[in-house]
Design a protein around this ligand. Structure first.
Ligand SMILES: *Cc1c(COP(=O)(O)O)cnc(C)c1O
Length: 396
């Protein structure tokens, strides 16, 4: 392994060099079923022919022009996104963190141009993950991610999720916006109560606060709806999107109502790469696929099957698994054994699964996964669980 990289990741000693559909291939040719999809990114599987065609066609035309000029791909993709959501306007970024950063800036500018420059406080919730730049990591509020990076930024308040009393106690004359993931990913696929999300909408309306949903992980079909908030019937004022929207090409977006974005006038924000023609070629194709008839039906059908199968897996190995949770193809297996051990052994058996907080194994397969592939994945996890059980017995 190279020692010329920042050692910020404890990397597994495997290098994938090729992918096709739901499968990855390592340097030595070993095939793995991919139930992680690059952390909810490869939503259409690896080397999806439509995405490959869109990207290579664009690569032969024009890579980059800068946002000093019109970019037709941005015009078409923003129209598709606003037609299909609550939003009126879109800004394209290169990553999720950048989208969060802009969402926070947009919310503060909204309060500023509305005559409330004092309302710069952002409220976020325990267990949140919003990214690693200064604004995003302060919204994340995880002390482990903040230690050693200087004083915590002013203007970020954190309250326990699902706790309205705590929220009401924190909201004051300086509060400007709330940010939350409708289903928390990094926290261990932790569901937020629908009543709580509806209450957030009510509170924001009453007090003139901006509601931001971070749908970077939950969006673009992951939970079986285009965006997860559609399940609960409340819409945010601003939403962050990334991961699945680029299918593996770096792409993020901020979606907002015209009202919430009214402070973002010329010169208030910018990006060199965001929304460049390569990203737009892929993003346009990706959104066409998600919104095509039958796509989300497939996600819901295969997800129901997977939840059912995982239920049996968990019931059959009560010493290994505690429970299944999540929605659609965003699934958590709460473990009774250390999740890291299960993940390493599962990989040795040929299936890639992901870690998350709360000792959860996270499953975020390509949305294009088939029932046969799900069956194969369950069998490989079953084998892994059995091996860990016999190991436990031998140790007793
Ligand atoms: C991954 C993620 C981010 C950060 O996105 P990056 O592309 O890694 O910058 C922010 N919020 C949520 C909910 C995420 O899952």
């Amino acid at each position: 392994m190279s020692s010329h990289l920042f050692p910020t990741y404890n990397r597994a000693d495997v290098a994938f060099v090729r992918g096709e559909g739901s499968y990855l291939y390592a340097e030595d040719g070993t095939r793995y079923l991919d139930l992680g999809a690059g952390i909810a990114v490869n939503a259409f599987g690896h080397a999806n022919p439509r995405l490959v065609a869109a990207l290579t066609a664009q690569a032969q035309q024009l890579w980059h022009v800068s946002n000093l000029y019109r970019v037709p791909g941005q015009e078409s993709l923003s129209r598709k996104l606003t037609d299909a959501t609550f939003a009126d306007v879109v800004f394209f970024t290169n990553s999720g963190t950048e989208a969060v950063e802009l969402a926070l800036k947009t919310a503060r500018r909204y309060q500023f141009v509305s005559g409330h420059p004092e309302r710069f406080h952002i409220v976020s919730f325990t267990g949140a993950f919003h990214g690693r730049s200064y604004g995003a990591v302060n919204a994340t509020g995880n002390d482990k991610y903040l230690e050693g990076f200087g004083p915590k930024m002013e203007g970020f308040d954190h309250v326990p999720v699902d706790d309205l009393d705590a929220l009401n106690a924190v909201i004051g004359p300086q509060t400007g916006a709330l940010i939350i993931e409708p289903l928390q990913g990094e926290a261990g696929v932790h569901a937020v109560k629908p009543e709580f999300l509806r209450a957030l909408r009510r509170i924001c309306d009453e007090k003139g606060l901006v509601l931001i949903f971070d749908e970077i992980q939950t969006g673009v079909g992951r939970t079986g709806k285009f965006f997860a908030h559609e399940w609960i019937g409340v819409t945010p004022d601003i939403m962050t999107v990334a991961k699945g929207i680029g299918g593996g090409f770096p792409l993020g977006a901020v979606l907002a109502t015209a009202e919430a974005a009214k402070g973002m006038t010329p010169g208030t924000h910018g990006t060199t790469y965001g929304g460049n023609p390569l990203a737009m070629a892929v993003g346009n194709e990706a959104i066409d696929m998600v919104l095509s008839p039958g796509f989300l039906e497939h996600v819901n059908k295969v997800a129901n099957y997977m939840h059912q199968q995982l239920g049996s897996l968990v019931a059959g190995h009560p010493g290994i698994f505690d429970s299944v949770r999540g929605q659609g193809l965003m699934i958590g297996l709460k473990m009774k054994v250390p999740s890291g051990e299960f993940i390493a052994k599962a990989r040795a058996n040929g299936v890639v699964v992901l870690p998350a907080g709360d000792n959860v194994v996270r499953l975020l397969p390509p949305l294009t996964i088939t029932e046969d592939e799900v069956r194969e994945g369950i069998a490989l996890m079953e084998m892994t669980a059995s091996q860990m059980e016999s190991h436990k017995e031998a140790a007793q």
